[in-house]
Every structure is written in C-alpha cells, then in structure tokens.
Design a protein. Structure first.
Length: 350
C-alpha cells in the first residue's frame, strides 16, 4: 500500500531522478536483514557456476551501475546482484532524457550508454564494502574505444578477484557497434582472449556473455556451436530489445533505446528455449526480460534458465518484488510435485 502511494508519486517524476532517489535510500542501509528473508527449505536453492545460490532471483545489471547498494539488494530478498556495466574509464553516457517509463506497457526504454564512474573508483568502493551475497560484475568498453577486446581484458584483470562471476556485455543497443561482437569471428577472438587470460590464473571463476534478444535462429545455432566447442561458462539471456516496439500502447513507444519489461518477456523466452535446446543443459543460462511474478519466473526456468534476473519489475512492482516472486515460485514448484527448482529447468524447451 505504502509503495502504491509512493509509486504514483514516482510515476510523475523523471525516471532517472526517481532512480537516483532509490539509490540514495538504499545507501542509507536502513533495511533490517531479516525483513524480506524467505523462510525457505531447499526448494529454491541451487548450485550454478560452482556458486551456491539461496534462490534464483538476481538484480540485473544497470540498476546498481557503480556498485553502491548491492548489500542492501540482498536484504530485499535477491540472492545475487550484478553491478555495472562498468567501463575502464569513467564516462557520462548519452545526453538526457534517456530513460522513459511506458506505464501502459509495464516497460522501460533506455538509451543510457553506460554512464559510470569507471573501474578504478568502483574497485575501491567494493574493496571497502565487503559483499554479503553473490556479486556479479558486468563490464563493457568505453564508447570511443575501438579496440573493445582490450577494454574487456582491462576490466577482467581488475575485477577477477572481487567478483563471484563476471559478465561480458556485448549487447547494449546504446553503445555504437557493440552488438557487432555477436559476429562469430569476433566472439571467437574474444573467447580465445579469455581462455588465454585464464590459463595463467589458478582460481577458476565464471566469465559469461550477455547477449541481445534480437538474434534469428541461424545466428543462435552458429553461436551455440562456438560456445559448445569453446566450453564457455554461461550466458545471460537477454539484454533489452530494439525490435517489437510497434505493438506497444504507450506514447513513449517510439523513443530511442532498448526496451525492457513485460513486452520483452516472450521474446527473451524464445531465445532461452533455443539456446537451451542446443546446449542440452551443458551451459548454464541466467534468464532476464520481463520477470515480474512467480508465474513469469517459473516460465523462464521451464524454458531453460537456471537463474533469473530482473530490473524493470522493481520499478513497476516495488522493492519487495524479489521476495514476492520467491514465495510464489516456491508454491508453484511444490504444486507441481517437484522437490527442487533445478528439476524444472528446460522442461518446456521442446
Ligand atoms: C534503465 C536500464 C538500464 C540498464 N543498464 C544496463 C547495463 O548497464 N548493462 C546491462 O548489461 N544491462 C542493462 N540493462 C538491461 C537489464 O540488465 C536487463 O537485461 C533488461 O532490462 C531485461 O530485464 P527486465 O525486463 O527485468 O528489465 C538496463 C536496463 C534498464 C531498464
């Protein structure tokens, strides 16, 4: 109820201002640890990338860009938090306004372009604030840097010890040419670079790729082949979409940028299903795109996601959304007579 009143105020506010307000609030560290903690048995627990997850719900990249509030995020019931996207040097991102709420569609369009404080500053911040949950660090190249592979390597070297896993973002539609890295030759070069880096490091941490939802079946097949051959650690499926805006209702539907939230749900599910079928369970998938309740979360798992992330649902359903989803998910799994969430992964992929 309180959030509904607050939300109607937020709806009138510029989305970026509202987001800054939310970050300031979460930085105050006033959420008691147990408030949203789920009294859970083993139903939602799983081990992915060699990491134990208390439940499958994580915060997607983009919300905590500069790693300021991840310890508050765990307190809201999220099992993991992915900070970033972080680039080697600080950058301002694209000109404002660059975030639009589509209230009629439960969606957001953003063209932020990785505004962030840069890897050095973020590294120091994480160093001074030990994580109390699973921390993913999402990295990307600076806008003006043509040799993007080098930027990824700089960030990987910086964050490899701090992160539980690292996500390589090649799929933001708001950095020119970034999505060209889905090209087979380019992504093969990038994977080889990572393998070379890992050869000289003792500790093995997952380095996963975050892909665009705007891939056709033949592109997914070609990518799957190379991912299987090179044995990559995992995928985040998916980032925002630039396709599918014509069916939306909201007056903001033609704004430039990537679309997230409800309209992305089915689009990302199709991509997850196709990759899962090709992988036959060999490569873990974090599903993202329109997860907003127990039902949409369960659907994504049944399409082949081992874990889930969300961003837009926090804006439309409030800060307790992860805790609610977990409760709903636990009931759905039990109703189906399953013992653990991993028994549901991919059951609808065929
Ligand atoms: C305002 C906004 C900013 C985002 N920034 C990033 C980002 O910096 N890096 C990234 O990998 N994804 C970013 N995303 C994409 C989300 O991480 C997620 O993949 C996508 O929004 C789909 O999930 P959702 O429908 O639950 O929001 C952003 C999304 C939104 C709405």
């Amino acid at each position: 109820m309180l959030y509904q009143i607050f939300n109607s105020f937020l709806k009138q506010t510029d989305p970026e201002v509202a987001h800054e307000f939310a970050i300031k609030f979460l930085k105050k560290k006033i959420i008691p640890f147990d408030l949203f903690k789920l009294k859970t048995d083993n139903t939602l627990k799983s081990k992915v990338f060699g990491i134990n997850f208390q439940n499958p719900i994580g915060l997607a990249a983009g919300f905590d860009k500069n790693a300021e509030v991840y310890n508050s995020i765990y307190k809201l019931g999220f099992a993991f938090s992915e900070v970033g996207t972080i680039t080697p040097k600080p950058q301002d991102g694209n000109p404002k306004p660059r975030v639009f709420r589509l209230n009629s569609d439960n969606a957001i369009i953003n063209s932020l372009g990785f505004p962030n404080e840069g890897m050095e500053r973020v590294y120091e911040r994480i160093k001074n604030n030990p994580k109390q949950g699973v921390l993913g660090i999402n990295i990307g190249p600076n806008k003006e840097n043509a040799t993007k592979e080098d930027d990824y390597l700089l960030c990987i070297k910086k964050f490899y010890q701090q992160a539980d896993y690292i996500t390589i973002n090649i799929s933001s539609p708001n950095t020119p040419n970034l999505r060209n890295l889905h090209d087979i030759k380019k992504i093969t070069d990038l994977i080889n670079l990572l393998h070379n880096f890992k050869k000289n490091i003792k500790e093995n941490k997952a380095i996963i790729f975050k892909l665009s939802p705007n891939l056709d079946n033949s592109e997914i097949d070609a990518l799957s082949e190379i991912f299987l051959e090179k044995k990559i650690d995992g995928l985040v499926l998916t980032n925002t979409t630039v396709v599918g805006k014509e069916l939306l209702l909201d007056i903001n539907k033609n704004k430039e940028g990537g679309l997230s939230g409800y309209p992305l749900n089915l689009i990302s599910n199709q991509v997850i299903k196709k990759f899962y079928k090709n992988f036959k369970g060999k490569i873990p998938i974090i599903g993202a795109g329109g997860v907003s309740d127990g039902f949409s979360a369960y659907e994504k798992i049944k399409c082949g996601a081992n874990l889930l992330q969300l961003y837009t649902a926090i804006v439309f359903r409030g800060p307790y959304v992860a805790s609610r989803i977990n409760k709903e998910l636990m009931n759905l799994i039990r109703k189906d007579g399953l013992k653990n969430i991993s028994d549901a992964v991919g059951v609808n992929a065929n």
